[in-house]
Write a protein that binds this ligand. Structure first.
Ligand code: SAM
Length: 327
């Protein structure tokens, strides 16, 4: 049974394989069931799932900032033939599914762009707004499991920043393929868990930003213990190997870190991204402590990382995107 927590319109015929009357609205009293507190931060309480970050207000602010940063870097809320895939077809309700929706910023912005489309956002915690746009519905669902919709019910499946939620991406792709109608669109966007340099700067983070590089090595090692491999650049090959999609279209974007960029807009993005990375490092501290590291070591790694991203000019994050259509 899926849990819905939006305070919105009655359900339409949403092509669910279990009746939509089985979608139960989540009451505010149920919220403690979804959260647990550790070290003064709020986490999901689904014990077996590997997602390591908190889901509290500071983390929600980071997700909302990241949403704006990615929109500004891509200059749109989407890539690929989204307008064509979501165009009105008489007699057919178009549907979008956002996996690991977080605060739901993306579905809400997309709903304003595509008011005739029904948009569903899935997450294991109810942190999206309880008063969404009329055609947006947020539900509690673990995306590593089969979802309630019939085969081919979706026109667009959107998966952004889900690499810390999913240990078996090929399996997730099978479910996305099941949900999509032929010609439907799958999109993946993941920021690589490393730093790089913009063109024209040094090309060697190991020498020019050693503490930033070391921080990501330590973080990736801890994430590997949860079977969360760094997959940002591997998703296109997963898509191809699934044999369920067209050849993926790949695009990568550099996100400046800090205020070194000559372009005013990019400098503004760089300042925002610097803050988002500092928040990210803060949010990772509880996970690092769980691996047995001392507070002293954690502080050293985090402070070294922050020193490098504040002082080394030309550093970028890399946003890997790929989209493909269901065969
Ligand atoms: C980094 S946030 C990404 C949010 C959103 N996709 C975005 O781009 O703004 C990851 C989200 O995945 C959720 N999550 C983690 N494991 C999940 C799972 N197995 N099923 C559904 N959501 C999950 C977390 O609660 C968190 O809100």
């Amino acid at each position: 049974m899926a849990l819905e927590y939006s305070d919105n319109m009655p359900h339409d015929e949403d092509d669910a394989s279990d009746a939509s009357s089985d979608v139960t609205e989540l009451d505010a009293n149920d919220f403690p069931d979804h959260f647990s507190e550790r070290e003064g931060r709020l986490f999901h309480s689904h014990g077996s799932l590997p997602y390591p970050l908190p889901v509290d207000s500071p983390e929600q602010a980071r997700l909302n900032n990241l949403h704006r940063i990615l929109r500004d870097i891509v200059e749109l809320h989407y890539l690929g033939p989204v307008a064509e895939v979501l165009c009105d077809v008489r007699g057919r309700q178009k549907r979008v599914l956002d996996l690991c929706t977080g605060t739901g910023s993306w579905p809400m912005d997309m709903a304003r762009l595509f008011p005739g489309v029904k948009i569903y956002g899935l997450d294991i915690v109810p942190i999206a707004t309880r008063r969404p746009e009329r055609h947006v519905q947020f539900e509690i669902h673990d995306v590593t499991r089969r979802s309630r919709w019939n085969d081919g019910a979706m026109d667009f499946v959107h998966a952004r920043s889900i690499d810390l939620a999913v240990t078996d991406y090929p399996k997730l792709l099978q479910e996305a393929a099941r949900l999509l109608r032929p010609g439907g669109l799958f999109f993946s966007g993941e920021i690589g868990r490393y730093v790089d340099f913009a063109h024209g700067f040094s090309s060697d983070p190991a020498h020019q930003a050693p503490r930033a590089q070391r921080f990501f090595q330590v973080v990736n090692h801890s994430l590997q213990l949860r079977h969360l491999a760094p997959i940002a650049d591997k998703i296109p090959s997963f898509i191809q190997l699934s044999r369920q999609f067209t050849v993926p279209t790949i695009q990568t974007f550099h996100i400046p870190i800090g205020d070194w960029h000559p372009n005013t807009v990019m400098r503004r993005i760089g300042k925002m991204y610097l803050n988002a990375l500092k928040d990210f490092a803060e949010s990772l501290k509880p996970m690092l402590r769980e691996t047995g590291m001392t507070q002293h070591d954690i502080d050293n790694y985090v402070n070294g990382f922050i020193h490098d991203i504040e002082h080394v000019r030309g550093l970028v994050g890399v946003y890997h995107t790929a989209w493909a259509r269901k065969l």
